[in-house]
Design a protein around this ligand. Structure first.
Ligand code: SF4
Length: 231
């Protein structure tokens, strides 16, 4: 029999977020067989050693306080309060980050300017680097003429997420905000960047940078997403 693998995405019960008071204990007896709360108990226990480290514990504590502050209790019930940019600003302030690195896609240059203005208005120092930094031609990574977006014969700068990350590393930024890097380029950026980072926005060229829009429509207009073939 195949080894059981964690599949929280198929969970019908979500027992790890129980609806009960603090004097009760979550009971995973009724959890599905693929539940990592059952299958991976050792790893979960091991993870707590990391949270026992002072700096990690404090980071996690402040992150949870930030999460808490994104909601408010009203007579009608709990409701959400602030957008992600505000959440990001508040969290950076809580941790004591001052120098912020903004790694953005050149297609979101206008948004990068607005985000910089917002951060600077809150007294953060902002270092920003766009994806095309250095204007290295795509030929350097083996792109052929027919693989250029603008078409054969055009100078096309490659996205250079490694330089983007290393420049921010060299500036010793406290915290990096990612905005709109392409799939794959973001993977490289995350691999090379040494500063703690968060994502403000991911690029989706057809949904105004809201990739879940296509996911929500995957039972209707984007049904092709559920087919066997890719694209
Ligand atoms: S951890 Fe277990 S209970 Fe929680 S969502 Fe995953 S499968 Fe469900």
């Amino acid at each position: 029999m195949d080894k059981e693998r964690p599949q929280c995405a198929r969970c019908p019960r979500i027992l790890c977020e129980p609806d009960m008071t603090v004097d009760s204990k979550p009971n995973f007896e009724k959890a599905p067989r693929f539940c990592p709360s059952k299958l991976k108990r050792d790893i979960i226990k091991e993870s707590l050693h990391e949270y026992a480290k002072d700096d990690i514990r404090e980071f996690a504590r402040l992150a949870s306080i930030q999460e808490f502050q994104c909601y408010e209790h009203t007579p009608e019930g709990i409701r959400t309060k602030i957008p992600r940019i505000e959440e990001t600003v508040q969290f950076a302030g809580k941790i004591g980050f001052h120098k912020i690195g903004l790694a953005f896609c050149v297609g979101l240059a206008g948004e990068a300017q607005m985000v910089t203005e917002i951060l600077e208005s809150k007294n953060f120092e902002v270092v920003s680097v766009c994806c095309k930094v250095g204007a290295i031609p795509k030929e350097k990574i083996g792109i052929k003429e027919e693989e250029k977006i603008s078409g054969p014969g055009w100078y096309e700068s490659m996205c250079n997420p490694i330089a983007q990350a290393e420049i921010l590393n060299s500036e010793e930024v406290d915290f990096v905000i990612l905005m709109g890097l392409c799939v794959g380029h973001d993977t490289l950026f995350i691999r090379y960047c040494r500063a703690p980072m968060t994502v403000l926005a991911v690029k989706d060229r057809v949904t105004g940078h809201n990739p879940l829009a296509a996911v929500y429509l995957s039972h209707s207009y984007y049904e092709r997403l559920r087919g066997k073939t890719v694209g």
